[in-house]
Design a protein around this ligand. Structure first.
Ligand SMILES: [Zn+2]
Length: 257
């Protein structure tokens, strides 16, 4: 049986040999007691900046976090002014993460994705529920808890949505993938990942058998007046029609030939 209770600490077990991991307690946590919100800003900047780590606008951040632009400006000024700044922010030029900010953001993403994997694989949560739960828990787990989850799961590289789990050193693998909604030419693809943002879409996608690693045949829907995609999963004879909106929540990789 899997349980959340830590195993008893036996002498001679591998646990006694390693140093107790330090609790991650950056200064901003103590300073404003507002970890959750700081973490969410850092995650949003990481996400919106993308692989190029480009500057993120206040408007884009405000939209992503569903807060007023004035609150965003306020928070960024605070984060940029701290002694060890988590972001570099210039008025009218948007914001980028500092090295420390990027490190922290990847740490939170690692927590989030490990928790999702744990909930899905060990606690049998439905796929569409793991994200919400991880959003709450990601800010509070200790480094020790994180390491135990990773070990229990065999140090997974991807979460149940197909997203890369950053390593403990803060490296995150990037893969070349495209949106299913960007398919122009009919072809065979493998599912890379599915978005965790919309639980309803996710339930629908899962019900079609569209899960990371699945092979799919995709073409633009031929039904009249339908702006969607026909998807056949594996060798199944069934064809599913996905709307453009749902197709935007699925990332795929084209298979050669
Ligand atoms: Zn998630």
């Amino acid at each position: 049986m899997y349980g959340l209770k830590p195993a008893p600490f036996k002498t001679g077990s591998k646990l006694t040999r390693c140093k107790e991991p330090e609790m991650y307690m950056p200064t901003h946590r103590r300073a404003n007691g507002n970890t959750e919100s700081v973490d969410n800003y850092l995650k949003a900047i990481l996400y919106l900046g993308g692989r190029e780590e480009s500057r993120v606008t206040i408007k884009a951040l405000a939209e992503r976090l569903s807060v007023a632009p004035a609150s965003v400006t306020n928070m960024l000024q605070k984060l940029a002014a701290s002694p060890a700044p988590l972001v570099a922010y210039e008025r009218h030029h948007g914001v980028v993460l500092s090295q420390a900010g990027k490190r922290r953001a990847l740490e939170v993403v690692r927590h989030h994705r490990l928790i999702e994997t744990f909930l899905y694989e060990v606690l049998d949560y439905p796929i569409e529920e793991v994200h919400e739960e991880a959003e709450r828990l990601e800010h509070f787990i200790s480094e020790r808890f994180e390491e135990r989850i990773a070990a229990k799961l065999g140090h997974p590289k991807i979460d149940p949505h197909g997203h890369s789990i950053p390593t403990i050193e803060g490296e995150m693998a990037a893969r070349e993938s495209m949106l299913l909604a960007d398919v122009v030419r009919e072809g065979t693809f493998v599912i890379d990942s599915v978005s965790d943002r919309d639980a309803q879409n996710l339930r629908l996608i899962e019900a079609c058998g569209i899960t990371p690693g699945a092979r799919v045949r995709v073409r633009k829907s031929s039904a009249r007046g339908c702006d969607g995609y026909s998807v056949r999963v594996g060798r199944s004879a069934r064809v599913f029609d996905l709307s453009r909106e749902v197709a935007r929540d699925v990332r795929i990789i084209r298979l050669a030939k």
